[in-house]
Design a protein around this ligand. Structure first.
Ligand code: HEC
Length: 114
């Protein structure tokens, strides 16, 4: 019987870890400030983390979470627009997800150059 409880506990802890697991590291506020020279109009780190959580919660239900670098900006714009309806995302959520994806994409490009 003890083993059963242990099993339940392990599953519970793994579940907690899975929920709190953040998909990709987010840029620090310092990196975001530096990137503003390269690309103005970036979200701040709070908006970014909200976008990343929405993306992880809403966009991974039907397929794996596509990585930001996998699509060009125009493709992301149309895909997020289309997928927002399937994910029951309101317009604020849609903007947060798009901002998140495009910022990570820009951050990855920026890191390569700097
Ligand atoms: C209800 C299921 C569902 C949800 C939720 C969903 N998608 Fe999709 N997604 C699909 C399906 C099915 C496809 C396959 C192509 C199609 O039907 O348009 C797809 C395709 C895509 C593609 C294109 C992949 C390619 O290779 O061209 C992208 C990008 C994408 N989804 C992003 C998102 C994002 C971002 C979200 C969250 C806002 C999201 N999806 C939420 C079902 C979903």
């Amino acid at each position: 019987m003890n083993k059963v409880y242990q099993g339940v506990f392990v599953v519970f802890v793994l579940g907690l870890l899975a929920c709190s697991y953040r998909l990709y590291p987010l840029p620090s506020q310092r990196d975001l400030n530096l990137m503003k020279d390269y690309s103005p109009m970036l979200p701040d780190s709070i908006e970014l983390s909200q976008g990343s959580q929405l993306y992880a919660m809403k966009c991974g239900k039907c397929h794996y979470l596509y990585r930001p670098h996998q699509f060009r900006e125009e493709v992301w714009r149309t895909q997020v627009q289309e997928m927002a309806a399937r994910s029951h995302l309101d317009s604020a959520g849609r903007i947060a997800v798009l901002q998140y994806l495009l910022t990570i994409k820009k951050w990855e490009e920026w890191k390569k150059k700097n």
